[in-house]
Design a protein around this ligand. Structure first.
Ligand code: GLC
Length: 432
């Protein structure tokens, strides 16, 4: 089932790619000067629109042409597509989007950008630059960073005299109360809490937040030790299982980012866990919840503290690209300060350039950047650096175990015990 699905996505990707190729060839004939590059821009929210506009600006400036490879929404599916292309040493994609957890997985296939940056990476958060540097090679330039946040309906909380919750238990009871009241008043579709519950990387991000905020650690610690079989993790996962079919619809077990945003932005959920990109869309002229949304740090367990998973995207150059210099130039243009400011102001994409968090325009467009700055800076990394090439297997084991608990197939204590065994079998030695 899973195999078939992945296969379909890959085929779909390959077709889009072929179409983009044909269009690009036509454009190339019209334009004698310059080279033609292909980039994968992303397809969540406004990803494509923003990236295309900036790539067009670069084309106009340089005389080169940029084609677009359309990619799936799920980072897990994108990784499958890119791995297939890299296995074939394909030259068809020049510039690609790289999830923050991928440098260790893709390290052999990305160009060292060091010779092209002229030190520009020094402006970016050092932790992200370090994450993107493997064996002294800068494999990707930071583009935007991500951290999980809680969106809530200010108007509904005020209507029921409730305050924004700080613990998961409070969130559960506020969600249940507001949802019941709204349903009684005729809003039958109202949900309490929506998040990313599908069996994919996004669920690993959500579940890591539940676990870490219950003092349950981060699956594998920085030294490579597997830590997931612990009481905090059990409590976290069983609490989340209790949401399904009560404050969260059972359909959440198949939700990605955009599914959750669709429900929340249509006015049908009290709370949503998502990334910052959902803010600007929720405040768009056509958004039914414009002016009614608050953003805060995620709740925590009774004796824990709030945890946000560190996400984010980089831009990299395919090592097999036939136009490395032009590709690197496009990467530097798209990740520049000017572009990051525009993306933050109009699209609430969190910059990776630290000083932009003090920019008045950026702060005015994203009022929560001030309060949540610490949350962003101290976001919890997934165990990608320590597990390197094994990360996707580790994460898949974690999201599958979590999905089983949410779906009521396994109790949380048994799930984490089995997960710990599974991770031990994935690991080759102390260094993974
Ligand atoms: C966001 C994050 C990325 C994460 C993904 C999971 O795109 O930026 O790091 O892997 O969500 O769905």
């Amino acid at each position: 089932m899973q195999v078939n699905k992945t296969f379909k996505v890959l085929r779909r990707g390959a077709r889009a790619w072929a179409v983009a190729g044909a269009l690009g060839a036509a454009a190339g004939m019209a334009q004698a000067a310059g080279v033609t590059l292909t980039i994968s821009c992303g397809s969540v929210g406004q990803d494509f629109e923003f990236c295309k506009k900036a790539a067009d600006e670069w084309s106009a400036k340089t005389g080169n042409t940029v084609k677009h490879l359309s990619i799936p929404q799920s980072t897990t599916d994108i990784l499958g597509l890119f791995r297939q292309m890299f296995a074939a040493r394909s030259t068809d994609l020049d510039v690609l989007t790289v999830d923050v957890v991928w440098p260790g997985l893709l390290k052999d296939h990305l160009l060292d950008l060091g010779p092209y940056t002229h030190g520009a990476e020094k402006e970016h958060f050092p932790a992200i630059v370090k994450n993107n540097t493997v064996n002294g090679r800068l494999l990707a330039m930071p583009w935007f960073t991500d951290a999980g946040v809680l969106y809530y309906r200010k108007d509904l909380l005020a209507k029921y005299g409730e305050k924004p919750p700080t613990t998961w238990a409070e969130m559960g009871s506020v969600a249940a109360r507001v949802m019941a009241g709204e349903r009684k008043a005729g809003r039958a579709d109202m949900q309490g809490f929506v998040f990313q519950g599908k069996a994919y990387e996004g669920l690993s991000c959500n579940a890591l937040e539940w676990v870490a905020s219950h003092r349950g650690g981060s699956i594998i610690d920085a030294g490579g030790k597997i830590t997931i079989d612990n009481p905090g993790a059990v409590k976290a996962l069983s609490t989340a299982a209790g949401w399904i079919g009560s404050i969260s619809p059972t359909g959440v077990l198949n939700y990605g980012e955009e599914d959750a945003r669709g429900v929340f932005q249509n006015g049908n959920a009290v709370f949503m866990r998502n990334w910052p990109y959902a803010w600007s869309l929720s405040q768009g002229a056509d958004s039914p919840v414009k002016g009614k949304v608050g953003v805060m740090a995620l709740p925590h367990g009774e004796d824990g503290s709030s945890a946000a998973t560190l996400g984010g995207w980089q831009l990299a150059v395919n090592r097999y690209s036939t136009h490395p210099a032009e590709s690197a130039d496009l990467v530097m243009y798209l990740t520049s300060r000017t572009q990051q400011k525009d993306r933050a102001v109009r699209g609430s994409y969190n910059p990776t350039i630290e000083s932009l968090y003090k920019d008045p325009d950026v702060l005015a467009a994203n009022p929560f950047y001030g309060d949540l700055y610490d949350t962003f800076v101290h976001a919890v990394p997934r165990p990608a650096t320590v597990t390197g090439a094994k990360y996707n297997e580790v994460s898949a084991a974690f999201w599958n175990a979590t999905h089983d608990v949410l779906a009521g197939k396994l109790p949380a204590d048994e799930a984490v015990r089995k997960l710990e065994d599974k991770l031990n079998s994935v690991r080759r030695g102390p260094n993974w």
